[in-house]
Every structure is written in C-alpha cells, then in structure tokens.
Design a protein. Structure first.
Length: 475
C-alpha cells in the first residue's frame, strides 16, 4: 500500500527534529556533501595536474578513472560489510582513510602517489557512502522524518556534485589544484571529532558469514562495466578494451545472480532483488544520475566550446542548477507526504524531461544563457524530486538489519549512474558532431545528446507509472 494511504491530515505534517537528531543529521549531511564534491572537484583541475606532475595525455584520465572504478565497484561489498561489522565503525574508518588519502594526494610529488591516493579516495567513498546512508535511514524512523532526512541528503549530494565543479575551478585558479585535495582534510577531521559522540552504532544482532563468491563476482563485474564505459567514452564504443570490459562485466554480473540464488547467506538475497520497490527504485535512481550528471558534461562542453566561456564561468553557471536541486530536496518530502512517492517520481520526471527537452533550442550566441539558466534550475528541481523518491522507494519496507544492503544498492545505482552518464552522452555527441570540432558541429552534437537525455528521463517516468503504481508501490 502507499505510505500515505489512509493517513489523517495531521499525519502529513512532518514532526520536528529533536536536538540530538539535528546534530546527527548535520554530521551525516556534511560527510555526504564532501563525498559528492569529490566526484567532480578535480575535473576542471586535470590539465593543471597533468602539467605540474608530468602526466602523459593518455595517463591523465586515470586520475578520474581510478577513483570512479573503486567508488562504483566496491560500494555494494562495503555496504554489506557495514551490516556485518557495524555501520558507524566503517563510516568513521572510511572518513579517516579519505582524509589521509586527500592529504597524500595534495602533497603528491608525482603521478604514482597521486593515483594511489585517488584509489584510496575511491575505496573510502565506496565504504562511507552506503554506511552514511544506512546510518541515516536507521537513525530516523520510516515515514516523514526519514523522508525529510533523505530529501536533505539527496539535495546536498546533488548540489555537492555541482559545487565540486565550481569549487575545483575556483581553487585551481586562485590557489593550486592541490587545494582540491586539501579541502577534504579539515572537513573529515571535524566529522571524526563530532560523529563518535552523537551517532549510535547500527548493525544486525546476528552476524552472517560473508558471501565471498558473491562479493568477488559483483565487485569484479562492476569494475568491468565501469572500466568499459569509461574506456568507451574516451576511445569510442568500438574500442577492443571497452568491449572486453563491458562483456566481462556483464558475464560476471550474471554469475553473481546465479551465485546469490544458491548461496546459504547471500550478499544480496534474491528475494530483496525481486522486491518491486528495491528493483525498480534502483533502476529509476540509475536513470536519474545518468541523465543529470551527463547533462552537466554536455552543458559544460556547450558553454566552453560553442559560447566560449571560461572553465570558471561555466562552473559558476551551474550554481543555478545547484539551487534547483536544493529546492527540489526541500520540496520532495512535503510532496511525498501530500501525495505519494510514485506521484513524486512521475511528476518530478516529467518536470525534468520538459526542461531538458527545452535545451534542444539552445543557440550559438550568449543570449541562449537566458534559456539555459531557468531550464537547468527547473530541471534540477525535477531531478531532485526523482532522486529523493528513488531513495525513499529503494529503502522502504526493509528491516533495519538490511538497511546497509538497501543503501548499498542505492549508492551503487548512484555511483554507477554518475560514471555511466558522461561516456554514453559523450559518445552520442561525438557521433552526431561527426568528429568535427567547430562550434556549430559541437552545438549539433550537444543538442542531439540532450534529446537522448530527455528520452531517458521519459523512460524513467514510464517505468515509475507502470511498475510503481500507487496501489502497488509498497506491496
């Protein structure tokens, strides 16, 4: 049944957060915002890093790829580990690792140390993200309080991805690319000082054994898929290594499913994967992150290559998108309480689709910014409604001892979506531009990819309407 079905009017008013819960929420939100910033803060700084440390052009992409592979590939595994040894313990340990890795990256004397630091940052993110989300869902009871917490969390995570692009440009231009690493250190220290006193440990009473075959197959499968997608975005979909990675990843994920069907204590019980809210909620989350993060890439390309904006000016323009996501995060729990999660998923998706499609009419003059800014704001509101709806849907109806699993799956959808979006849309834009680097060709490539982006958003709307109908949303 719907979470809002048959509730009295007073129940629609979200209860206020108590003093301790406010501190818990603040600590977890600060940590999740920092993790989101890390996904994009180095994108603008890559050329400066390459020049300073002597990266070859071919190797420079590993600064981003090493992080993405670990952040996406190990998320589900670490989410389950948090269930077994304690989410608070793994959350604090991973933040300590992130702070140390960030310090090492900022002090790196050469490429090797920097890549090792990025691997460590990716592993820390893979552990901290699902642990933080699980602590969030178990600290707040299912219902209005949890929806409010997830709404704020989703808003700050999406805003963090946008803020990373802005902050990376500002720090690189005004100080040095090294500060894109150093900025994490005081934040991690502050969270580590406060969190132990205010966050309660969360783990199941009985500790099952680790499903090693399942953990290996899903981790290696995700690594293969993410590597293949990243390679395809850089070298094209016909690249042999890209195809090998994608094929190997797909085979290993099938193996993972078969292993889970027979395992006595599976990493991901098949009954959980068959739950409508978990399965379709994560599909919608994947589409939400694929579309919005790739749109940031497409619009960055448009503003710099067609309109001639600087990297900093382009980054600052995304502040409007960030404002839209924060607005959507604030509105989402209220909208869910007044209607239903499914209605928010459908309504938010339609809003995002409409204002993504509007961007097809972008031109080659700066006057187009008058269209771009309001469209990205309203599209950001719609995208965040979908993201919060996905988080609520994918974590509803599961007991606390499986919240690490649920949030691990949700984090995996988020991180794989972030990784998938750019290479997919880059390939579409490049093919449509015909390999020509002129402003007009790039504009045509970008608007073609935006059309595909809007179609993917509409696909999510259709899936939500069909498979998460209100009467069956939480069956």
């Amino acid at each position: 049944m719907s979470i809002t079905n048959s509730l009295p009017a007073a129940a629609h008013e979200a209860p206020r957060l108590a003093g301790r819960l406010k501190v818990v929420l603040a600590v977890l939100l600060v940590a999740q915002f920092m993790l989101a910033v890390d996904f994009s803060i180095l994108n603008v700084a890559l050329p400066a890093i390459g020049d300073d440390l002597g990266f070859s052009l071919a190797d420079l992409q590993w600064v981003a790829t090493a992080f993405a592979l670990c952040a996406a590939g190990f998320t589900l595994f670490f989410g389950r580990i948090g269930d077994l040894i304690g989410r608070k313990r793994i959350f604090l340990g991973s933040l300590a690792l992130l702070g140390a890795a960030s310090l090492a990256g900022g002090l790196a004397p050469g490429p090797e140390v920097l890549i090792v630091a990025r691997v460590a940052q990716g592993l820390a993110t893979a552990a901290a993200t699902p642990a933080g989300l699980a602590l969030l869902t178990t600290s707040f009871p299912e219902g209005p309080l949890r929806e409010k917490a997830l709404g704020l969390n989703g808003a700050l995570m999406s805003a963090g991805f946008t803020a990373g692009a802005v902050l990376g440009g500002v720090l690189t231009d005004l100080l040095s690319w090294r500060w894109a690493f150093f900025v994490n250190v005081p934040v991690a220290v502050a969270v580590l000082l406060v969190a132990p006193a205010v966050i309660a440990e969360s783990r199941p009473a009985a500790r099952p054994t680790i499903d090693l075959p399942g953990a290996l197959s899903v981790t290696l499968g995700l690594l293969g898929v993410v590597y293949g997608l990243t390679r395809a975005g850089e070298h094209g979909w016909a690249d042999p290594l890209a195809l090998t990675g994608l094929l190997a990843g797909a085979v290993l994920l099938v193996v993972f499913y078969l292993v889970e069907r027979r395992a006595a204590q599976p990493l991901v019980p098949v009954r959980v994967l068959r739950k409508r809210t978990v399965a379709w909620g994560n599909v919608l989350g994947l589409l939400a992150f694929v579309t919005e993060t790739s749109l940031v890439y497409l619009l960055t390309l448009y503003m710099q290559k067609t309109l001639g904006f600087s990297a900093l000016a382009a980054g600052l323009s995304f502040g409007v998108l960030g404002a839209g996501t924060v607005t959507g995060g604030v509105l989402a729990p209220k909208a869910i309480a007044r209607t239903s999660t499914t209605a928010v998923l459908v309504g938010g998706g339609l809003l995002q689709a409409v204002f993504t499609a509007v961007l097809i009419f972008l031109g080659d003059t700066p006057a187009s910014v008058g269209l771009l800014l309001p469209a990205t704001f309203l599209g950001g509101v719609g995208n965040m409604l979908v993201i919060v709806g996905f988080m609520v849907t994918a974590t509803t109806g599961l007991p606390d001892h499986e919240q690490g699993l649920a949030t691990g799956l949700a984090s995996m959808s988020q991180q794989v979506g972030i990784t998938m979006g750019t290479p997919i849309m880059s390939a579409v834009a490049t093919a449509a531009a015909g390999g020509v680097a002129s402003a007009g060709a790039i504009l045509h490539g970008v608007t073609t990819a935006i059309s595909v982006n809007a179609v993917l958003v509409l696909l999510g709307v259709l899936l939500a309407a069909v498979f998460l109908r209100r009467d069956r949303a939480y069956a």
